[in-house]
Every structure is written in C-alpha cells, then in structure tokens.
Write a protein that binds this ligand. Structure first.
Ligand code: M6R
Length: 615
C-alpha cells in the first residue's frame, strides 16, 4: 500500500520522481505528492487523485528545479484521501519532509504527547505524527537527522518504509524499513529510493533491499550507510544485480497492463518451467526444493497460506498435492491463520504463496509458523521481496512484473510452480505411476500452446461480454480442480467491473445459491472434460430449469453442454490436474471485456492496491 520514491544526485529529480510514481501507482492511487529541494527552498505539491492529476497541478503551480526530490502515491489508511492528507508531510518547523508507506499503530498516544508540547497537526495522518516526533527528538536531544529518525523509530509500533530529508542538510535522504519494502538504487554519484526497483531500472541495475529494522543514510556522492534501527550496529549491505528491464514494465501496445499480462501467459508459463522441467528425461529440478525434499516427504501435512488470487492458487495446489503426492493439505487465508492460534508443529511444511512477496498477512503467517518450528517454503514472483527472504527456501514464479492490480499471470505461474512441486514429490514418494508422471510432464509442456489457443476465443468472449455487461450479479460454478477457478473468475469480475459475483462448487448450488437463479442471472459454468463432467451437466440442467442464463466453458469437441448452454467458450482438451491453467484464461478475458465496456479503470480499480502491506 502506497508507493514511495526518492532521488538524490546530479540530475533533475523531478522527472525521475514523477516517472517513478507512475510506475508505483499500482500500489495506491487515491492521492499523490512530490517535494523537491531547489537549492534554497522546498517546493511541494500534493493532490487528491492520480499521479496524472498531480502532474497537471505541478505544471500550473510549482517550479520543478532541484536535484533532491521525494514523492508518494497513496492508498489511504489514516485519514480520507484529500489534498491535506496526501504525502509528503512537513514537520511543524517546515524543515523536515517525510513520505511513508505503512501504519504507525501508536500514533494517537504520540500525537497526544506532541500536542502537549505545542505541536499542531494539519492532517489526520499517522505520518505527520511521525515527522514531528522526529523533529522533536532532533531539537530536544540535539542530534542529527539520522539519529533522530532512529530514536523515533524505536518508539513507534507498526510498519513503515520512510524517506525523510532536512532542509538544512539537503545532501542526504534518510530511509528506514519495517514491514514495508524499500529498495535503494545505486548509480554513479546518485541514489534512488523506492518501494520497488521499477522507478530506477533505466538508471542502474544495482540495488540494495533493506531488511526489516534497517535504516540507511543516502548521501550525495558518498557510500550508502546501513545500520540496524535497534542496537545501532553497522550492516554491510548486499548489492543485488537486478533482472528487470524497461520493456517488461511498459504496456507494449496493449490498452491495459491487465490485457498485456493475460496475453503474456503462454510465454511466462514457459519461463516458469524453463530449465526446471526436462520432460524427455523425466526430470523436474527445482533448486529450492531439491535440498529440502525430505522436509516435504516426511511432513505430516502441508499448510498453504496466502491471500486473494494467491489463495486460489493454493486451493488448486490442494487438489494436486493430495491427488498426486498423497500429502494432506490445508489452505488458509493468511489473515485468519495468523490470529487464530493455529496448531503448527515441526512436522508441518508451510507453503506461502505471494505474487508481490510483500503481503503483510502472509508475512505475519510465515513469521508465526517459523516461531513454531515449521519449515516454510515461499512461492513468490518478485525477486528479493520480503517473503522470498523470510522463507527458509522457495521457488520464484518468473512471471515478470505484474502491474495490473488484478492478478492474472501471477495465478497461472503460481499453479505451474506448485504443479511441478507436486509432481516432483509424487515421483519421490512413489505415489504416481511412471506413465502418469511422464504424461503430466509432457502435458505441462503443451500448456503454453493451449493457453495460446484459448486466447484465440477473445472475440467470441467480447461478444458474450457485450450481452452480459449490465448484469447486476454473476454466479461462477466449477467442480474439483475447477472449483478454485470459479472463485478466481468471480474475484476477477468483482474487482475490475464492480459487478457482484460469487464462485461456488457446482454441487453446492442446490444448498442455497439456487434460490438466486432467475432469467436475469448469468451463470458461468466450467464444464470441461473431467471426472465430474456428467454431474456438471446435471447442474446445468438444474439452472436451465430455473431459467438461468448459462455461459458454459467447455472442452473442444463438446456436444452435450453446447446443446444446453446459451453461450459457449471453448478451451483445448487438457488433463484435469492441469486444466486450471487453461480454464482460467477465458474467465480473465470475460472480466476484462466487461470492465472495459463499463468504462472501469481496469488496471487500477477503485479501493484496491496491488500490494497489501497493511493488515
Ligand atoms: O501479492 P500477493 O499475491 O500476496 O497478493 C495477494 C492478494 O492481495 C492479491 O492476489 C489480490 O487478491 C489481487 N488483487 C487479485 O487479483
């Protein structure tokens, strides 16, 4: 939640900070602001709205000179989105300026104390409290900015990635991290700070990712100094070489990032298994898994923790792990798991799934599981993210940057990794026959072509979208491996079109949701070839009998469902365990087209943010 960016060096800071905010806008987009030091004064502009609104306001109002600048794009936590609550925030003297991603939980008591000492506040934010606490410490304890930040952070409870500078010391930016991500880009005599590396990718490939409870002083033309916030020890930072490139974070001719990311799926699924799946030799090699294979084979059970779409990928994994590797699996919302005193033993293996690798609840669930002695394996997309560092081992999904707030390629690549893990475990445990194992390996390699094929029905899906775009509700039904796909299809529609949608196991329909069905209700039924096919056909009959409108997703060559359905979307025939990788595609396209037709902001739907770094 919230994106922060900063620059200090020799070039103009404004374009770097502004472009950085545009790239970080996926993290929050209800308000934005920039502060620049122009050599004499601080210039600041803030506004409710998007970064484009900020840009327009700056063009009318603000000089943009200066080689030091910080910027913020907000997803409100404390205080409604408006100009005043937007970041950056000044301290009372006007000397210090701060941007912050996170929540200061004990801000109310600190604010009370500061008020007693004469401080006043213009905003409702916790961040303005923090910058004044830093100022108070700096003045009263007569310390430099870095020390004041450190003392202040030892008094606050919560999560933060902050960047703060002092009008009187415009050669440095002080940054610190706990719970929210913070990367420092290292150029020639220049530094960048940001919530992720995308704002500085065209300037440098070298970055330091601060660990929790670390702070750094980034000084113009000097080395970055990293310290522990508690205890003050010096940290020798690890400078990581980035694998990102500019092309990956641009739209590449598509109208929306979401559409680009949907269409990238054939190639990113291939990237996910490239070098890991050697089908002719019958080998699956996953670096992070091989070393710890016994943790899995000796485990009493696997507990999967995740949120949102990643949780749906976990549900698909539950089917495949139990089906092929015969390991009991529980799938938990990280946000529930962390607070319900779960029973975890050293014989449990936890798999944490997260695209961003920064989701606060998933991170907290990981920490809890580690405290209880469980082995924790991460399945993350963002390289170097907090979850990838906090887990004992793991596998990256290699989907490339996912910018659209609605997760698409992250989901299919997560399932690809989880499928490879399940197949490898099944092989080691001997719970799969050699022929079945080889069949799945070969079939996994055909998935990119099948996804390509599924994408070809885009025009047909667009026509179906036009018919149903004004529906008030949707029902999504699936069984077995495709029940989680029904949940995911409904989530996609909800989050980008704002149409109410529910995913349900098809057989559960008659235990309640069937009451909702009338001639106004579109029901998307996943009815591809599977062990449940006949039963799904019966479910479709039940909906027809109540005049519901059936949009059926069928396998190529289907005849029975086609006769019953009002509208049909087709996908290539795929073994059931791998079918979610293909059935997901038309549902992504359906929600995308409906949202476009309703003129929704597809890449930045209201109230959402890409990465939920607050609980
Ligand atoms: O980065 P993560 O995978 O941990 O994020 C989890 C959810 O916040 C995320 O999947 C969210 O539900 C998406 N907006 C779904 O499209």
């Amino acid at each position: 939640m919230c994106g922060i960016v900063g620059y200090i060096g020799n070039r103009d800071a404004f374009p770097v900070v502004l472009n950085g905010l545009k790239r970080l806008e996926y993290r929050g987009y209800d308000s934005a602001g920039i502060a620049l030091y122009d050599g004499t004064d601080i210039q600041m502009c803030k506004t409710q709205g998007k970064v484009a609104d900020l840009e327009a306001k700056i063009q009318q109002n603000m000089p943009t000179k200066g080689t030091l600048g910080i910027g913020h794009t907000r997803w409100a936590t404390h205080g409604v989105p408006n100009d005043v609550n937007s970041h950056p925030h000044y301290s009372n003297s006007g000397e210090l300026v701060i941007i912050h991603n996170g929540i200061i939980e004990n801000y109310a008591s600190i604010k009370k104390e500061l008020k007693k000492r004469g401080y006043t506040f213009t905003s409702d934010t916790d961040t303005e409290v923090l910058v004044n606490l830093i100022e108070d410490i700096k003045i009263n304890e007569k310390v430099k900015l870095g020390k004041a930040v450190q003392i202040a952070l030892n008094q606050v409870v919560g999560a933060y990635a902050i960047a703060v500078f002092d009008h009187n010391k415009p050669d440095e930016i002080v940054v610190a991290k706990l719970g929210s991500p913070l990367a420092i880009g290292i150029g020639d005599d220049e530094f960048f700070v940001a919530s992720d590396a995308t704002p500085f990718i065209e300037f440098t490939n070298n970055a330091i990712y601060l660990e929790d409870e670390e702070m750094a002083i980034v000084r113009r033309g000097r080395e970055v100094k990293v310290r522990k916030i508690k205890g003050d020890s010096v940290v020798v930072p690890y400078v990581q070489e980035l694998q990102l490139n500019l092309e990956q974070i641009e739209k590449g001719g598509y109208d929306h990032f979401m559409l680009k990311e949907i269409y990238e799926q054939p190639s990113v699924i291939k990237d996910t298994y490239r070098g890991r799946l050697l089908s002719d030799q019958g080998i699956i090699k996953l670096g992070g898994l091989d070393e710890y294979i016994e943790k899995f084979t000796n485990a009493n059970r696997i507990i999967i923790v995740a949120c949102g779409t990643s949780w749906h990928a976990g549900l698909v994994a539950e089917y495949i792990f139990e089906d092929l590797a015969r390991i009991p699996v529980e799938v938990e919302y990280a946000s529930e798991f962390r607070y319900r005193n779960p029973i975890i033993t050293e014989k449990d293996v936890i798999i944490a799934i997260s695209q961003s690798g920064e989701t606060a609840d998933t991170l907290a669930a990981i920490k809890l599981a580690k405290e209880k002695g469980a082995f924790v394996y991460g399945v993350c997309n963002v390289v170097g993210s907090t979850i990838s560092r906090e887990t004992h081992s793991g596998s990256y999904t290699h989907a490339g940057p996912e910018i659209g707030v609605a997760s698409t390629k992250a989901f299919t690549t997560q399932i690809t990794v989880l499928t490879m893990i399940a197949l490898r475990l099944a092989k080691v445990k001997g719970t799969i026959s050699q022929s079945d194992y080889m069949m799945h390996l070969h079939e996994l390699e055909t998935i990119p072509a099948k996804v390509e094929e599924a994408l070809k029905s885009d025009e047909n899906i667009k026509k179906i979208s036009a018919v149903f775009k004004d529906a008030r509700n949707f029902l999504y039904l699936g069984r077995g491996y495709n029940f989680p796909v029904a949940l995911e299809g409904a989530l996609k529609l909800k989050e980008i079109s704002y149409i109410h949608a529910e995913g349900y196991p098809a057989a559960e329909m008659k235990h309640g949701p069937i009451a909702l069905i009338d001639e106004q209700m579109p029901v998307v039924v996943i009815a591809v070839n599977s062990n449940h096919y006949e039963k799904v056909v019966s479910n479709i009959e039940e909906i027809k009998a109540r005049k519901g409108k059936i949009i059926a997703l069928v396998s190529e060559g289907d005849t029975a469902v086609k006769e019953l359905a009002d509208y049909v979307m087709e996908v290539p025939i795929t073994p059931e365990a791998l079918s979610p990788l293909v059935t997901t595609i038309p549902l992504q396209l359906l929600s995308y087209h409906i949202a476009v037709m309703l003129d929704r902001n597809v890449d930045q739907p209201r109230n959402l943010a890409k990465s939920v770094t607050v609980e």
